[in-house]
Design a protein around this ligand. Sequence first.
Ligand code: IVH
Length: 712
Amino acid sequence: MSKTDNNRDQALLAAKAVSALDEAEALVELARLAAEIADHDVLYHQKDAPEISDATYDALRTRNEAIETRFPSLVREDSPSLKVGAAPASAFEKIVHRVSMLSLGNVFDEEGVRDFLERIRRFLGLDQTDELAFTAEPKIDGLSITLRYEGGKLVQAATRGDGYEGENVTANVRTISDIPKEIETCGVPDPLEVRGEIYMSRSAFQTLNEEQLRRGDRPFANPRNAAAGSLRQLDSSITASRPLRFFAYGWGEVGALPAETQGEAYEKLRAWGFPLNLLIKLTRSAEEMLATYRDIESDRSGLDYDIDGVVYKLDRLDLQERLGFVSRSPRWAVAHKFPAEKATTVLRDIEIQVGRTGSLTPVAKLEPVTVGGVVVQNATLHNEDEIERKDVRIGDTVIIQRAGDVIPQILEPVTEKRPKGAKRFVFPDTCPACGSHAVREVDERTGKRNVVRRCTGGLICPAQRVERLKHFVSRNSFDIEGLGEKSIQELYDDGIIQSPQQIFTLAEEDAKREEKLAEREGWGKLSAQKLFASIEDRRGVKLDRFIFALGIRHMGGITGRLLARTYGTAENFLKAMRAASGARESEAFAELENIDGIGPTAAAALADFFGEPRNVDVVEALLQKVTPQELEAVDQTSPVSGKTVVFTGTLEKMTRSEAKARAERLGAKVSGSVSKNTDYVVAGPGAGSKLKNAKELGVAVLSEDEWLELIA
Ligand code: IVH
């Protein structure tokens, strides 16, 4: 807040003493304070125009809390005490992009770049001697955003989403100082949609993670995740506190762009106030493109932001127009990706980590080394066969690799540097956490031993239980803020949270307990309150997250969504899973296995999970405490909403996954097999038994074009 003490501040504070308020007055006063504080949050965080001093603002919040302490039953759902400096927040509104936000095709080597050039020449009917210029620029590893300006004002900012529809993050984007909120109107197209990448610098990322750890919050895996997490905050004041940056690299809908080339357009964008990357170059041959690639690659480790390749864009906009797009990428641009980064260090030790499904993973403890701007101390060694195959020994010098946000891995030992005492690692056959046997299952169908050794302790294994809890509260599951991995471990060790349902009685139990959460080391009144509020908030978790949170083997976020869409409610899901776990011949199991994208492995894992009574007990106990919400209805007005579709044969106008995603967006269910419940079979060339089944069952069969017409 700015230091602008004025009469208004005095007036705001001239209120009746908290101790003198009766309940009815307190109710009115809390409502006034909630509204007042929310207004000042907006003025401060979104409009850059605070009207009261920091001290007055703090006094308003203190008064709010004092009243709440006197009248705990009156705490409002939108109380400012439950959100630190919170701006009014609701889930992000969806925005359909006027011009789709596409992605880029990738190439990985010189040959790929030459093929890309060749394709362009062929398409445009040019020969080798015709010169083509390309911009070459770093591919920033952040998240793309589109910024819409009307009458010179930033009116809307949206994330890419699935390319067709993104999320409205305008309030948060307004807090990013790199992004102009207002631009000149003279000579600037109207409307103007500027596209680019929001990112976080490596140094800011390090500082943020140190703060996260200090507060007991989860650290982010990398700057991109930190940037995405910071942008997708419902509370703009959190975004405002995170140092997000922006580079422009393109545009969407534009009145009339005063440029004939990509390079000229960049100059215009720069002149209108948008930050452009300083390494952008114009290149005129494959050799120049590759030389720029090598230059940028060698600059990479010295940059304060992550990049993962170089993007080449055909300079002439008229040629871009002619080339157009293929599936979801432009023909006129490509990303030349960097190979994963490597480094050499010493393997100090190997530790065994027990995962939530009991898998024993060998983790390499390394002499710390910087790879791609990140200090690496741990790397995965995958499994015991890998250790043997690579013949990695403790004490070895090893080559490690880090690619994107995957866990760094050990590629190979440098055997010439092997010290005399280097020790072979003996993989344990008992679980280091609970002492149960750890076994390698044999695949019934192939007769082969699984590469993963698993603890057989199940729910008696503390490591598995803790890992399940960590998964349960994690970002893609229940997303309980303020309950990081460290807190879960501590609360588990002290017997406070040992099963997921206990999270939802935490506040209630805390009130009864002698040592309150707020008094524990690293906690405090505010963080405890925040945690309770976030737990309350998550009682209405979406069904897909609820399913994912159960931590069933082979279940990812997408599988969770498929199941949630198929079964609709938690009750239906549980009922179907119990039925499916009974017998593999059951109709319920067949239905499960037939959901497109589920398949036999995931179906068997679900049936196994629900075949274990203790798991069903946990799910039932949880359902006493939480009410999972059905996913929003997808477009119900579409002609295929609620219909079951099967795609078979080769699709020519879109990939199978694109077809599936589009159908699902329109409310259709996509299935992998044809039954009497199928409404449409979309058959391309090469369709076989599914087409035959459809004909036998009298199911409507459409060509790809007919399908596209139906959903157009
Ligand atoms: S151009 C139609 N230029 O990469 C082409 N993209 O894989 C639009 N990205 O979604 C993209 N740096 O988020 C372009 N200099 C750059 C980029 C860049 C990063 C991202 C962007 C896009 C993704 C495509």
